[in-house]
Design a protein. Structure first.
Lengths: 336, 336
C-alpha cells in the first residue's frame, strides 16, 4: 500500500529512522539500563520493538498504559512513573493481581496509602530533583520509604526526573545540571536503601549524560521531534504527519492538518520546503519554498514540535519505507 | 453517579450552562439562521441538543464528522466547510449516496473536480474574506461557480469565514472588520448567484455582529473556553476538565491533567483558585490560592483555553449538574 492511499492527516513512522534510533539506544544503554517510556508513542507494537532491542522493563505515565502493556504481554516490569490515587489506583492493583509486575511512584503518605488500598505491592520513592512538579524533598525520601515498608509495600528504590534539564540545548550546561540533580537523588537513594537498588531517572536529552541513574526513562528518542532535534543527539526524526494540500493561494498554501493533529505546547510544526505561518483547528497555512508543494493534492510530511501530545491525537501510526506503508500500528495506549 | 467516581482527567459539561448557551443562541439566531459547527464538540449527542433547539443544518470540518452525523440521523443538511480531495472525498460521496444531504466547500478547479469525482452533488464556493487560509479571491467566485455548474454540480451559494476577526476582544473593532469581510463575501455571492442563496459565515465571536450572512457557523458557543470568555459574550463556560491533585509541595500542587488533555495553542488552561505555572505531558503544576485545593485527592475543574483541540483529546464528556453525572456522551466524531 502506498502512502498516497492514506486519509490525511496520518502519522507516519519512518522504519529506517526508528530502527536506527532503537539500535543506537540499545547500544548506549543495553537491556535494563534503559526503561523505555511508552508515553511518547502510546503504542504496544512499538514497545514490542523496544523489547526486541533488549529492554524488558517499561515506564508508563497512565494506568491505561499499564493496563494496555500488560494486556499485550509486555508486563514483565512496568513502572508507573506518576502518582495515582483513588479511584484509578484500584485498576492498577487489578493489573498487578493479573500477574504483571507493577511498580508505582509515591511521594507522600497519601499516595502510599492509595497504593496500599489499591492493591499495588511495589513502589519507588519519587524525589524532587529540581523540577517543580511531583516528588518529595530529597530529605523526606528515607522517612517515606520507612512508612511504605511499614504499610507492607516493597520499596524498589528511587526515581527523580530532571525534566527541567533534559531540553537545555547547551550540552555542557545540561551535563552540569544533571549531575547536581543526581547528587540529590543519590543522597535520597542512600536513605531509601531500595530493595532492588533502583535509581530511575533521565530522558532522551540526558540519556548519555546521566551516568548516575541505574536506568534511564527515555521515550522521545524512538520517534523524535523538532524540540529534541535541536540538541544534536544521534537520533533521527522518525515521526511525521502526512497531510494533503487542499488550497493554494498567491503566496501560501493550506494543508489539512491542524491543532487536532499536533501537540502545540512547543510551538508550530515544521514543513520541509516551506515556512509555517499558523495552525488552525484543521489547517496548516504555510508559504512554500520555490521547490515546495504548490498544487492541490500534493502531499507534505510535517514534523511535530513535540512528539507526545502529537501522537496522543491519533488512532494509528503507519510504518513506512519511502512511500510504502509496511505496517499499521494502533496507538492503543491513549486515553485514560 | 458522582463526579468523584470518574477517572481523571475527564471532560465535564455543566448541563445548566450548556442549556443556557443553546437557548441564547436559538433565540438570537433561530432555526436555519444558525448552522452549528460540530468541530468544537465532536459529539452527536450534543448535536442532538442543538437540533432540539431548532437547528437542523450543521457545519462539519472533517469527512469523519459528516459520516458520524449522518449515521446518527443528523444528516438533513451537512455542510463540510473545508476543501477535500482524493482519496477521502469518495467517503463524502458515499455519505451523500446514502441519503444524507452533503454540501462541500470548493475554492479551485481542483477541488471542484475532486467533488465531482467523489460523487458529491452540492457545493458552496469558499471565498477568502481576509484570513490567509482557504477560499478563492472574491473576484474568482463567479467563475468557479460557472465551472462547478458546468461539471454538473449544484451551487448553493458562498461561504467565507472571518476567522481573523472572531477573536478580537474590542467589540467595535470586531464589528467594523466583519462588515468589511462581508462586503467582500456579498460581492462574491452576487456573482455566484447561489441556487439556495446561501451566505454562510461567522463564528461565536461574530454571531450577533455578522448580519449579512444568511447563516452563522458558530461552534464554540455551546461549551466555550477562556479565549472566547474574554469577549463578554452572553455564553457561559460549560466545559471543564476534571482533574485530581496527586502531589502537594511547599508552594505548589500538581493535578493529573496535562498536554494530552488540553489544546495548548491558546496557552495554558486556568485553575479557579490557583495560578497555573506550567503544563507537562500528564501534569498541571499550579500555586493554589489560600482557599485552593491543598490535599492529595482533591478534585479541581480546570478551564481550557481553546475548546476544539481540547475536546479532540477525550473519548467522552460527562454532562453534570453540580457533582452529579447525569449523562455520558461519547466524543464520537473525533479522528479522521
Amino acid at each position: 500500500m502506498s502512502v498516497d492511499a492514506l486519509v490525511t492527516p496520518a502519522l507516519l513512522v519512518d522504519a529506517d529512522a526508528l530502527a536506527h534510533n532503537l539500535a543506537v539506544m540499545a547500544q548506549a544503554l543495553p537491556g535494563a539500563r534503559m526503561r523505555p517510556h511508552v508515553k511518547a508513542h502510546k503504542c504496544t507494537e512499538l514497545a514490542r520493538q523496544q523489547l526486541a532491542a533488549g529492554h524488558a522493563g517499561f515506564t508508563c505515565a497512565t494506568v491505561r498504559e499499564v493496563e494496555g502493556m500488560a494486556a499485550a504481554g509486555l508486563g514483565d516490569d512496568l513502572l508507573l512513573a506518576n502518582e495515582v490515587v483513588a479511584p484509578v489506583v484500584a485498576r492498577l492493583g487489578a493489573v498487578a493481581a493479573s500477574g504483571a509486575r507493577v511498580t508505582v511512584a509515591v511521594d507522600s503518605e497519601a499516595t502510599i496509602d492509595a497504593a496500599v488500598a489499591g492493591g499495588v505491592r511495589e513502589v519507588v520513592i519519587d524525589v524532587n530533583v529540581g523540577l517543580p512538579r511531583c516528588g518529595c524533598p530529597p530529605s523526606e525520601a528515607g522517612r517515606l520509604a520507612a512508612y511504605a515498608r511499614s504499610r507492607g509495600l516493597r520499596v524498589r528504590g528511587v526515581m527523580g526526573y530532571e525534566g527541567h534539564v533534559v531540553g537545555i540545548e547547551a550540552r555542557g550546561v545540561r551535563a552540569e545540571l544533571v549531575e547536581g540533580c543526581m547528587q540529590l537523588l543519590l543522597h535520597a537513594a542512600a536513605d531509601v536503601d531500595g530493595d532492588d537498588g533502583l535509581v530511575s531517572a533521565g530522558g532522551t536529552g540526558t540519556y548519555d549524560l546521566n551516568t548516575w541513574a541505574t536506568e534511564i526513562q527515555a521515550g522521545s528518542y524512538a520517534l523524535m521531534d523538532t524540540a529534541y532535534g535541536k540538541l544534536g543527539l544521534p537520533f533521527r526524526q522518525a515521526l511525521t504527519v502526512l497531510a494533503t494540500v487542499v488550497s493554494v493561494s498567491d503566496g501560501w498554501v493550506v494543508a489539512d492538518c491542524g491543532l487536532k493533529a499536533f501537540g502545540m505546547d512547543h510551538g508550530n510544526p515544521t514543513v520541509p520546503g516551506g515556512t509555517v505561518w499558523f495552525c488552525s483547528d484543521e489547517h496548516l497555512t504555510f508559504a512554500p519554498d520555490a521547490a515546495g508543494p504548490m498544487r492541490v493534492g500534493d502531499r507534505v510530511r510535517v514534523v511535530p514540535a513535540h512528539v507526545d501530545p502529537t501522537v496522543a491525537y491519533h488512532e494509528r501510526m503507519h510504518l513506512v519505507e519511502g512511500d510504502a506503508v509496511i505496517e499499521t500500528w494502533p496507538v492503543d495506549l491513549r486515553n485514560w
